[in-house]
Design a protein around this ligand. Sequence first.
Ligand SMILES: C[S@@+](CC[C@H](N)C(=O)[O-])C[C@H]1O[C@@H](n2cnc3c(N)ncnc32)[C@H](O)[C@@H]1O
Length: 218
Amino acid sequence: MVEPTLNQAVLRGFWADKAREASNRWTSPDLLAYELSLLAPLAQGARSVLDLGSGHGDLSRRLCPPGTRLVAVDWEPGFATAYTEPEHAFVQSLVTDFRTDERFDLVLLFGVVTCLELAEELQVYGALAAHVGPGGVAVVKNQCSTGREFAVDTHSEALATRYSGRYPSDEEQQARLQAVFADIEVIHYPDQFNPWPNSRHLAFVCREPRDRAASPNG
Ligand SMILES: C[S@@+](CC[C@H](N)C(=O)[O-])C[C@H]1O[C@@H](n2cnc3c(N)ncnc32)[C@H](O)[C@@H]1O
């Protein structure tokens, strides 16, 4: 079977346009409030946060209390201007290329998997595991297909522009994460945030990278 694929040119153009706007988020303020409440207990006490595919950081900048180190990574340089606090750093990079020796208490991958090909999705899960510090947590959130994986490349009425995205099936995405993390909690967003019949918002809270679970040094 041929894997569903993205239209990379459409995707890059879409996010370059979003980087020129005040916010990369077009969903309701309720969804942002819900995500902040979901993440608040995980961010509590975190000294460092890595946000892969950060956009303007509407989520991560609000989540981090003053003094928390935030490293935001995005392929679009236009998002850099949103990060003005001294403890915030913006790195222009593909999420699949980003590497640092630093380890983080909380690693976010929010709204990004739908922008990645399957091979990139698998690659970035390895990067999540590599960047989570001891006792840390990675949260992967995106819309999943309620059936088989599918990709779109079409004009979106809702976004009033052409859009391309890939929507993994929830079960396949969970299995891919389970290959990398020993402990996964799946959070189903409330129905009010799921307007489409063929997809729904899910968050995967991932702990205990398997490559370190076997190591005596954790
Ligand atoms: C839906 S937005 C989410 C932004 C932010 N995580 C949030 O929840 O508000 C997806 C972001 O991922 C970025 N992105 C998509 N694919 C990427 C890639 N391969 N490498 C780096 N950034 C990417 C886009 O530029 C965009 O800012």
